[in-house]
Design a protein around this ligand. Structure first.
Ligand code: MN
Length: 547
């Protein structure tokens, strides 16, 4: 297919009629989960291919064998030890985190390179509405650390789950589920791993909405009390991960871009050709998610802490705060105060993510320069202008952080870079670690099955188990998250369809070479890390949100 900008097409009449047909096939639905713009019906051309279905079936073949082996066992042995949760891995590999999940190192690393490395935020003052002063916090630590000094130097961070406190909890067969919404404080200290320094957890307040009624728990408390506090953080993080970081801020926020691209850019428009592989199977996949993940009685309803409506409200809240420009990686890191490598030297998601961001931006820029040589090429491209207009319009994509007219190449490069990064690396970073971190319940269950007490006191081990999912929910969480993380359709920068223009082909070859460079750099980065971070290795990143 020979690419042409809309104003240069030798057959504008045919192009216009093909595009009008597309507009009938791809229609908006603003009512499924208002105000999010979604697709009404999935056109058959967007469906999963036979290759996709066959490969994905093979990748998940071990699951039924594994679950059969588990079920015969758990029927007779109720869970009464943390180790019992290891027995759910009969055929499937045991996650590595099983060996380390009780340690503070693992807890900190999961903020920096786990399944949801997107919550940690630098603080310059005590968080608003936090019940304790820095001095009261200091009193907990004696002379071992100077928190006032750490705060002044920008070495204090929080993971703050208070925005989820509206969730009151759903139910299951035997009672209620609960969502703790703690605030956890971390400190960057310059000594520690390999003389590089490390992030350490210092305080968790389990129920901040109770003010001073809820104690501050520290690593100096009883080990079970401290572990319970960390578990509360993990549960909150799991709910934030699935509804906010994963479902909303990759799957759902990218859907309008796929719809508007199909409706407003002809199939031979250079921008459509660039973006299309990054939307492959996303519309079908999102529709499947609406039917089989967030349906009544489905996995989100069954496994997450809130009622279905509360969990969907987390999605809507995450959507309201999202915009393409503020969530572009460099800006998003800056907004959380974690962009400075000197201040926070160890942050694998940031460091590997920026490598990918830069090579994607370079690729997008070189590709678009082939077609847009002057500002007039942009302003006269009426399809491009209609694309931008429909992206932001209330009857269209309702996208924030994008301008309704595109006057400069930089503007377009910024949009396309953020879209490709979100569909590729960002989705891979939150999707594929689900197996490692979220299938072994004592590390990261999706709900608490016992009321969290404000004091956070845990009398004994037996009591700790009662917070964790019962056998059925354990098996179901493992099953669903295994299925979501087992299959990769393709690989970033490698495309099924050949680009016709020689110049575009050359730009893609350079992109692939740069991605190989990133691969080697990440391998080098991993040599100085406590645990390998592989989820942003270009070989393991997919082009699109295809699972
Ligand atoms: Mn996904």
């Amino acid at each position: 297919m020979k690419p042409y900008l809309s104003q240069n097409d030798p057959d504008p009449t045919k192009r216009k009629s093909l595009l009008e047909r597309k507009q009938g096939e791809y229609e908006f639905d603003h009512d499924f989960l208002p105000p999010i713009a979604m697709l009404k019906d999935v056109p058959s051309i967007e469906n999963f291919s036979t290759k996709y279905i066959a490969e994905r079936t093979i990748e998940t073949a071990e699951l039924p064998i594994n679950m059969l082996a588990v079920k015969t066992r758990s029927l007779w042995d109720p869970l009464d030890e943390l180790q019992d949760y290891e027995d759910y891995f009969q055929v499937l590999p045991k996650p590595h985190v099983i060996k380390t999940y009780q340690t503070d190192d693992s807890f900190s690393e999961q903020r920096l390179c786990g399944v949801n490395p997107l919550v940690l935020r630098q603080i310059k003052a005590m968080p608003p509405d936090f019940a304790f002063t820095i001095q009261e916090l200091q009193n907990k630590f004696g002379d071992s650390i100077n928190l006032q000094d750490k705060l002044a130097k920008g070495n204090l961070y929080v993971a703050d789950y208070r925005p989820l406190a509206f969730v009151k909890g759903g139910t299951y067969e035997r009672g209620k589920k609960f969502l703790p919404t703690p605030i956890a404080f971390f400190c960057w200290r310059s000594s520690g791993f390999s003389d590089r320094g490390q992030l350490v957890p210092i305080v968790i307040q389990i129920n901040p909405t109770a003010g001073k009624q809820s104690q501050m728990v520290t690593p100096f408390d009883d080990p079970l009390v401290w572990f319970h506090a960390k578990l509360c953080v993990q549960i909150a993080d799991a709910n934030h991960h699935e509804m906010s970081s994963h479902l909303c801020r990759t799957h759902f926020v990218m859907e309008p871009f796929a719809i508007v691209t199909a409706r407003q850019l002809a199939e031979n428009h250079p921008l459509n050709l660039l973006l299309k592989p990054h939307f492959r199977f996303m519309l079908a996949n999102n529709e499947l998610g609406r039917q089989r993940l967030v349906n009544r009685g489905g996995p989100v309803d069954e496994l997450l802490a809130g009622t279905l409506q509360e969990s969907l409200q987390i999605v809507v809240n995450a959507y309201e705060e999202w915009s393409l420009d503020q969530f572009a990686l460099p800006t998003e890191l800056k907004n959380r105060g974690v962009d400075d490598v000197n201040n926070l030297p160890h942050y694998p998601y940031r460091d590997d993510g920026m490598l990918l961001w830069n090579v994607i931006k370079n690729f997008v820029s070189e590709y678009l320069k082939i077609y847009y040589k002057t500002p007039a090429d942009l302003t006269e491209d009426f399809e491009l202008q209609a694309w931008a207009q429909e992206l932001v319009s209330n009857s269209g994509g309702r996208v924030k952080g994008v301008s309704s007219t595109i006057g400069t190449l930089e503007q377009l490069v910024d949009i396309a870079t953020a879209v490709i990064f979100t569909c590729g690396p960002q989705h891979s970073a939150v999707n594929y670690p689900q197996y490692e971190y979220m299938t072994f319940m004592p590390n990261m269950p999706l709900a608490a099955y016992k009321q969290i007490t404000p004091e956070g006191t845990i009398p004994d081990r037996k009591n700790l188990i009662s917070y964790l999912p019962p056998p059925k929910q354990t098996a179901d969480q493992l099953t669903v998250l295994f299925i979501l993380a087992a299959y990769r359709y393709d690989r970033l920068g490698y495309y099924d369809d050949k680009f016709e223009d020689k110049e575009a082909q050359d730009v893609i070859v350079t992109f692939q070479q740069n991605l190989n460079g990133v691969e080697r750099q990440i391998e080098l980065n991993n040599k100085s890390r406590l645990i390998d971070y592989s989820y942003l290795k270009p070989r393991l990143v997919t082009n699109s949100i295809s699972v």
